[in-house]
Design a protein around this ligand. Structure first.
Ligand SMILES: NC(=O)c1ccc[n+]([C@@H]2O[C@H](COP(=O)([O-])OP(=O)(O)OC[C@H]3O[C@@H](n4cnc5c(N)ncnc54)[C@H](O)[C@@H]3O)[C@@H](O)[C@H]2O)c1
Length: 294
């Protein structure tokens, strides 16, 4: 099996930027590809912010920053992006038609050696495997926040070659993640599947006006000593991404919750990445020491 050295990230958004940065911290050569120049610009900003955090938690030293950043290239040219890729980690918008287009495109231009992974939150790898032209090398490799939530799900589809799994376990560990195997295709993997129950319940409490956003979050944070509650988590994920994974659900509770998320998205309130969602950033009230006091 291939010795991974060069990593190609498709999509320079919230997750692509984080996965790419962690790969560079772990000494891989990284290319970040996006179709929007603005996304590549924003990605540099996200990386600066995360690097400051990485120094603060002593994951890296301040003087390591230039060499880490020197291992990352940004491009809008797909052919140039893929030329040396040993592995692709795809983090484009959570929309099946966009991902289908991207996998068909990169399936045609990627070198033979390249392993294909998708970071989709709720779609299944078998949806894209055949389309990519190399189902045996296709696997879901799903991160959470990369730096504070470090589980990485490895979820093969029935046609994934068995050798891909230990390779991704090893790669995941080198990326400072904790790999877990999702033995069968399961929408939402394991953590997100559990998280959806919490977020769904929080959404119902808000829609039925049982409590305020702050008090719903406070209930969860105080009792479980958590750094954020369900609405803080949603801001962190991105309300547009959260809306995309909720909007096609059939049950009434999900439909109303999707409508609530959409009302924020329509105002440009996408969560932390846009400066406002359920809370205002960079200093959301739930991070204030007073917030959790009685
Ligand atoms: N946000 C999270 O917390 C989180 C966590 C785990 C996994 N994910 C998954 O990661 C993926 C990306 O989510 P995100 O939150 O980073 O989204 P995002 O909206 O922040 O970023 C998506 C990026 O994809 C780019 N893009 C769109 N079409 C493209 C194309 N054809 N080619 C290349 N780039 C294209 C966009 O320009 C954008 O920069 C989704 O599948 C999502 O489910 C997200």
């Amino acid at each position: 099996m291939i010795d991974i050295k060069n990593v190609l990230i498709l999509g320079a958004g919230t997750l692509g930027s984080r996965v790419g940065l962690q790969a560079a911290i772990s000494n891989y050569h990284v290319v970040i590809y996006d179709i929007h120049e603005s996304a590549l610009q924003q990605s540099r900003g996200v990386m600066d912010k995360v690097l400051r955090y990485a120094v603060k938690i002593q994951l890296i030293k301040e003087e390591d920053k230039p060499s880490i950043l020197s291992r990352i290239k940004f491009t809008m040219n797909p052919t140039e992006a893929v030329v040396n890729a040993d592995i692709i980690s795809e983090s484009v918008t959570e929309d099946p038609s966009i991902k289908e287009k991207v996998w068909k495109q990169f399936g045609e231009i990627a070198p033979e050696k390249t392993i294909f992974t998708t970071n989709t939150s709720y779609l299944l790898p078998s949806h894209f495997a055949t389309l990519s032209g190399r189902p045996e090398k296709f696997c879901a490799f799903h991160f959470h926040d990369v730096f504070t939530a470090r589980v990485v799900d490895i979820m093969p589809h029935p046609g994934t070659h068995p050798d891909i799994i230990p390779l991704l376990f090893d790669f995941g560990k080198k990326l400072n993640q904790v790999p877990v195997l999702v033995k069968k295709e399961w929408p939402g993997y394991m953590f997100n599947f559990m998280l959806m129950s919490l977020i769904g319940a929080a959404g119902r409490l808000k829609i039925k006006d049982v409590g305020s956003i702050e008090d719903i979050d406070k209930s969860w944070m105080v009792n479980f000593h958590m750094p954020m509650g369900p609405f803080g988590i949603l801001d962190n994920v991105g309300l547009d991404t959260a809306w995309r994974v909720t909007k096609d659900r059939e049950d009434e509770a999900s439909k109303s919750f999707a409508a609530l998320l959409k009302s924020y998205v329509d105002q440009g309130k996408l969560g932390e990445k846009s400066g406002e969602g359920f809370y205002k950033y960079p200093n959301p009230i739930y991070k204030d020491v007073e917030f959790l006091k009685g």
